[in-house]
Design a protein around this ligand. Structure first.
Ligand SMILES: *Cc1c(COP(=O)(O)O)cnc(C)c1O
Length: 394
């Protein structure tokens, strides 16, 4: 099997598994208990908090553990919305291609009376900081722009956006789920007030993540109950998951520069190979994208069929959005970068990692070429394109 869907989830690392099992076997006490066995779990929790804080340039007290990226996004946005509402500020700025954890939270807030401005991401899939600035109003209570897009991998100019927000005194949140553990992320550089991350995107376990909330940021609880996480996130802590997340992050950051370089080379070879397919196009800017992300559109085919046939060849890939099954809507990200419906339907996301060998890359290129050619051989849309009844877009 060739696994090329790391943007959906990554394989948990050996270190993370070992950490989890050892905590489950030996340190299974409740961190809130006062006896030593519980306190040992509490120590592990605080060690993990320190390790994670160090990894992103934060203070341990600024890290809140959550059940993953979605919860962190929800809590960040809901917290700033609640603070804004108190002051009569009910306007939020975001972008058109955020993850659904952000977009759906914003939709829910709109029903509660908030106004949301989604800035354009243009053809290249990059937000323009000046346009964020223009969207700001006196009643803006939050700007939330993702660090790197999960479908097309484009990295956003978040440092500039953070600077603009800081000048205006507006809280800035970034969904950094695709960035943390893959590219350098430092809360000091980005001027973030809030940042979300998820362990299973950097070879940690699923169901655990964290929210960074800088000093002075007031969080609202999504879950009421005990006083865990300084009263901001009730529920007995997922100690094994949290300890494993910290170890996975440290491991992901070891030799990050070299890993990025190696991966970028493989990514670029993949892009070069797939470009040879006629009437295809890379989605999102070629530069400034996540080192493992490749996303293409092929005219005249259905992405779903492409995925199934690649699966037959032992290649795990995605059409871009994780929730395509059962839905005929094309990806909102591809529509946001201006792909028309027909073209957006023929999309393929390959997200490779360290374990993808050069040989795997060649196998992927060969397989995609074969499958695209095969699908086009009996595609009525392709026939119309070739016969000139329809015009090629790509
Ligand atoms: C995966 C992902 C999420 C959701 O994280 P979970 O831990 O699966 O809830 C949020 N945002 C982005 C950009 C993601 O890639």
């Amino acid at each position: 099997m060739i696994y090329a869907d790391n943007a959906a989830t990554t394989k948990i690392s050996e270190t993370a598994i070992k950490t989890m099992t050892s905590v489950m076997e030996e340190t299974w006490g409740n961190p809130s208990s006062l006896y030593a066995h519980g306190q040992r779990a509490k120590e592990l929790l605080e060690e993990a908090r320190e390790e994670i804080a160090r990894a992103i340039g934060a203070e341990p007290r600024e890290i809140y553990f959550t059940s993953g990226g979605s919860e962190a996004d929800n809590q960040a946005i809901r917290s700033m919305a609640a603070q804004g509402k108190k002051k009569g500020k009910m306007h939020i700025v975001s972008s058109a291609f955020e993850h659904h954890a952000v977009l759906h939270t914003l939709k829910a807030l709109e029903k509660e009376g908030f106004e949301v401005t989604l800035v354009d991401v243009h053809e290249k899939g990059v937000v323009v900081p000046e346009e964020v600035e223009e969207a700001l109003r006196d009643d803006t209570c939050l700007v939330t722009i993702m660090f790197a897009n999960n479908e097309i991998g484009t990295i956003q100019p978040i440092a500039e956006i953070g600077e603009i927000c800081k000048k205006r005194g507006i809280p800035f949140h970034t969904d950094a789920v695709q960035a943390v553990g893959h590219i350098p992320v430092n809360v000091k550089d980005g001027k973030f007030d809030l940042l979300s991350a998820s362990a299973h995107k950097f070879h940690g376990p699923k169901g655990v993540g964290f929210l960074y909330a800088g000093k002075g940021v007031r969080l609202t609880n999504l879950i009421e109950g005990g006083a865990q996480e300084r009263g901001k996130r009730a529920g007995t802590e997922n100690v094994p998951g949290i300890a494993a997340m910290a170890k996975a992050l440290t491991e992901a950051l070891e030799g990050l520069e070299e890993k990025r370089e190696r991966l970028t080379k493989k990514r670029d070879r993949l892009i070069e190979g797939l470009k040879e397919i006629e009437h295809s196009a890379l989605n999102g800017a070629a530069d400034n994208r996540l080192p493992g992300n490749v996303n293409f559109c092929f005219e005249g085919i259905e992405g779903e069929s492409l995925l199934l046939l690649l699966d037959d060849k032992g290649i795990c890939a995605s059409s871009g959005s994780a929730c395509t099954s059962g839905s005929l809507d094309p990806s909102h990200v591809l529509l946001a970068i201006g792909r028309v419906h027909d073209v957006a339907h023929g999309s393929l996301r390959l997200s490779i990692d360290e374990e993808t060998s050069d040989e795997d890359v060649e196998t992927i290129i060969r397989s995609v070429k074969e499958v695209v050619e095969y699908l086009r051989s009996f595609s009525p849309i392709w026939r119309d394109l070739v016969n000139g009844k329809k015009e090629f877009i790509l």
